[in-house]
Design a protein around this ligand. Structure first.
Ligand SMILES: NC(=O)c1ccc[n+]([C@@H]2O[C@H](COP(=O)([O-])OP(=O)(O)OC[C@H]3O[C@@H](n4cnc5c(N)ncnc54)[C@H](OP(=O)(O)O)[C@@H]3O)[C@@H](O)[C@H]2O)c1
Length: 315
């Protein structure tokens, strides 16, 4: 970080729901990692404070950035909402990986960051390794984005690709995705389209400040898709993909998640397996597509690091 970015980054604490490690306690990060690599649970490690949690840790340490990676909760955004409020109110910046708090409280958290002198980034929550909001904000600056189409969920794209390539049923493809660690043990949010819908809400509110809510997205997942439907589409040289779309009708923003039949001309027709993709349609830059960014924890962690680097440079 020092050599490549002229940044001095120091990890000062790690906290979960039931334990915390603080650098001030003396145990180095390499020694902590060595223990974790021996597959010991974080809350059982030497020099970890049992009974501490994230809120207590944020209140106790001096830091500049919170890296938030708690479970996504679309109902009330907790625990991320409270943790982000705590950190931002202390004047920290934040890089968030979970979607719930941002889906429910984006404007409030953005304003809190601005008023307290921090910044809020959430690339890991909006398709992780695949750039979406950053691309729209930086690379398309000056152009008007009129429409966004994306394959924003790697699990559902993996399932559809398995069904198309191997002729297997939805249930068998889902089982494969779970066996390979791509789908979570409860894949509901992914296969019913809500993960994609949440990402659309984040993109819409970050790009247009649109105030879009999750209940305004028309959502249909892939649970009902059959191998026969996929074969039928292939007969017409088309592929079925779960597409999240945002588009303007006059001054009304529309949002949908649905299976769409794409011809080979569509950039997203070529996104396979656990990869993702987004196409931005603009007034002056035509269409701009970004493809890849496979869904996995390393990509998510890399997206958090990317945000931390940008936050440190903005500080
Ligand atoms: N994994 C991916 O590929 C990926 C990609 C993009 C985005 N994300 C998002 O990143 C987030 C984390 O994903 P993950 O796979 O790392 O989840 P995970 O394995 O379930 O880990 C969640 C962590 O949050 C902690 N936690 C739970 N409740 C908490 C609370 N009330 N206060 C403080 N900490 C709490 C847990 O602590 P304990 O260990 O003590 O239980 C655990 O360490 C999710 O929102 C996910 O949607 C993940």
């Amino acid at each position: 970080m020092r050599r490549r970015y002229e940044l001095d980054l120091e990890l000062v604490g790690i906290a979960t729901a039931r334990a915390a490690w603080l650098s001030s306690d003396g145990q180095s990060v390499p020694s902590l990692l060595a223990q974790l690599h021996r597959r010991r649970a974080f809350h059982e490690l030497d020099s970890v404070r049992p009974g501490w949690d994230s809120a207590r840790t944020i209140a106790a340490v001096e830091a500049d950035v919170l890296v938030e990676a708690t479970p996504t909760n679309f109902q009330d955004g907790e625990p991320a909402a409270s943790l982000l409020r705590l950190a931002l109110a202390r004047g920290w910046s934040a890089a968030a990986a979970s979607k719930g708090a941002l889906v429910q409280h984006y404007a409030e958290l953005r304003d809190l960051a601005r008023d307290s002198g921090g910044h809020l980034r959430f690339g890991a929550a909006t398709a992780a390794a695949l750039p979406t909001v950053d691309l729209a904000r930086y690379c398309l600056a000056g152009a008007s984005i009129t429409r966004v189409e994306g394959i924003l969920n790697g699990t559902t794209n993996f399932i559809l690709t398995m069904m198309a390539d191997h002729g297997v049923s939805f249930a068998a493809a889902l089982q494969q995705a779970q066996a390979r660690g791509i789908a979570e043990s409860d894949p509901t949010l992914d296969i019913d389209g809500w993960d994609t819908a949440g990402k659309l809400v984040l993109i819409a509110n970050a790009v247009w400040d649109a105030g879009l809510r999750l209940d305004q997205v028309s959502v249909r997942g892939i649970r009902q898709v059959t191998a026969a439907e996929i074969r039928h589409a292939a007969g017409y040289r088309r592929v079925l993909k779960l597409i999240g779309s945002l588009w303007w009708e006059g001054d009304q923003l529309r949002a949908s998640v649905e299976l769409r039949s794409l011809s080979a001309e569509h950039p997203l027709a070529h996104v396979n397996g656990a990869e993702k993709g987004t196409v931005f349609f603009t007034d002056t830059m035509d269409r701009v597509a970004v493809l890849g960014g496979v869904s996995d924890p390393v990509g998510a962690a890399a997206a958090l690091l990317r945000d931390v680097i940008h936050l440190a440079k903005e500080a």
